[in-house]
Design a protein around this ligand. Structure first.
Ligand SMILES: Cc1cc2nc3c(=O)[nH]c(=O)nc-3n(C[C@H](O)[C@H](O)[C@H](O)COP(=O)(O)OP(=O)(O)OC[C@H]3O[C@@H](n4cnc5c(N)ncnc54)[C@H](O)[C@@H]3O)c2cc1C
Length: 376
């Protein structure tokens, strides 16, 4: 085993929000760090992302928040509206730290570009078009063989390979996701002038707006779903509009602009939680690979960023990687479990006819946001 005075090395599997941020944080704490990403081109799929207070706090600690602000739109309030777009309640979004807005919207490719460039500045090596073919925990670290035959021994292997993580499956076996009987549509649309905050429209299909650029926003719509099947791409605009017929005013006008299938996305809502401990030997599972949540709290990405910071902090504080991983798992599990369960409760409330006016949903949202505002 290497002495603690030698530079430690880490291999991160997956280059999404979790993998990129973990590689950055480990490199900042002195690890020689490499990402192995399955895709031959390193890019982010998807339209926009809502970064709530905890995500902004994490990005700030990583040192990339300013770059995110330059490429996103900050807002300070969340407007709850009736289906006719009349505002019925304004929920202030408290800044996670003085001087920050409460929420930032941006495109996923921009966030990915910023994290990728920052990883490069921290000296992170990125290997594309490869995956981990085999790994084994041993006394001297984790022996890893990549799909192209490259072999190495790493002090730490970080599984950040997402919801369907092959690394997690090899480590602890298959975990069956829970389908929440809901799906989410998202459409990128031109931003009207009056869309100057985050909006939520109460209704049979809960919907809302997130600003992602000076001229653009995405409209989302959470709908009941009988199965986890995805409809054909060309059918998505018509299906999404069909779920939003109750809207009028600004929201109705936006609905009528949902036409281009290339700008509409649909995902079934599935959750997954890897029970603690979230590591075995020197292999640790982070991000969606360990905890996949439904999007109501818009906190999946925040948990990925927090995981990365906590992992690097605990490893830096501990005398050994083994102790660092134990403390990491203890520190993170409860909070990530809370996000998965609170989001699932919000998902169930959206489909509960007894909460047609959204009052219980709004209350549950407020109390969950307050919990997440606490230090992680
Ligand atoms: C509809 C929807 C809306 C959401 N909205 C928000 C939001 O507004 N705000 C928010 O904070 N969160 C949101 N989330 C959650 C957030 O998107 C996720 O939590 C986050 O993107 C997960 O990042 P990740 O890096 O853990 O996983 P992923 O993004 O899945 O990345 C995994 C990476 O690993 C790679 N990979 C996979 N397998 C292998 C392998 N075997 N070897 C090498 N590489 C591999 C993949 O190509 C990918 O690049 C939303 C999620 C959904 C589904």
């Amino acid at each position: 085993m290497r002495s603690m005075s030698e530079q430690r090395n880490a291999l991160v599997v997956g280059g999404g929000i979790s993998g990129a941020s973990a590689a950055i944080e480990l490199a900042r704490r002195g690890f020689e760090t490499k990402i192995v990403e399955r895709e031959p081109v390193w890019h982010a799929l998807g339209s926009g992302i809502t970064l709530m207070g905890p995500a902004l706090r994490a990005l700030n600690r990583m040192g990339v928040l300013e770059r995110c602000f330059e490429n996103g739109v900050g807002v300070d309030e969340f407007r709850i509206c009736a289906p006719d777009s009349e505002v019925v309640e304004v929920i202030p979004l408290p800044p996670p730290e003085p001087g920050l807005p409460g929420m930032l919207g941006m495109t996923r490719p921009e966030l990915h570009r910023i994290l990728g460039e920052y990883a490069d500045e921290q000296g992170v090596e990125v290997k594309l078009g490869a995956f981990v073919a085999d790994f084994e925990n041993g006394p001297d670290g984790v022996r890893v063989t990549l799909s192209d035959g490259e072999e190495g021994i790493y002090d730490l292997l970080v599984a950040a390979d997402g919801f369907r993580s092959a690394t997690r499956a090899a480590l602890v076996g298959e975990i069956e996701p829970v389908f929440r009987r809901q799906g989410v549509f998202r459409a990128v649309l031109p931003r009207p002038a009056e869309a100057d905050a985050a909006f939520y429209f109460v209704g049979p299909a809960a919907s809302g707006l997130t600003l992602i650029g000076v001229d653009s926003l995405y409209m989302y719509c959470d709908v009941p779903a009988a199965s986890a099947e995805r409809p054909a791409q060309e059918d998505l605009p018509g299906l999404m509009r069909g779920h939003l017929t109750h809207l009028s005013g600004m929201a109705g006008e936006l609905r009528d602009q949902i036409e281009d299938p290339a700008k509409v996305d649909y995902r079934p809502m599935e959750t997954l939680l890897l029970p603690a401990p979230t590591y075995r030997g020197r292999v640790v599972v982070i991000g969606d690979a360990a905890h996949t949540t439904t999007p109501q709290l818009a906190s999946g990405g925040a948990m990925c960023l927090e995981d990365s910071i906590a992992l690097a902090e605990e490893l830096a504080r501990a005398d050994s990687i083994d102790v660092g991983l134990e403390r990491y798992s203890e520190r993170r599990f409860g909070r990530c479990e809370f996000v998965v369960e609170a989001s699932a409760r919000l998902s169930a409330l959206q489909m509960d006819p007894a909460d047609a006016d959204g009052s219980r949903f709004t209350e549950a949202m407020g109390s969950s946001v307050a919990v997440l505002a606490q230090e992680f």
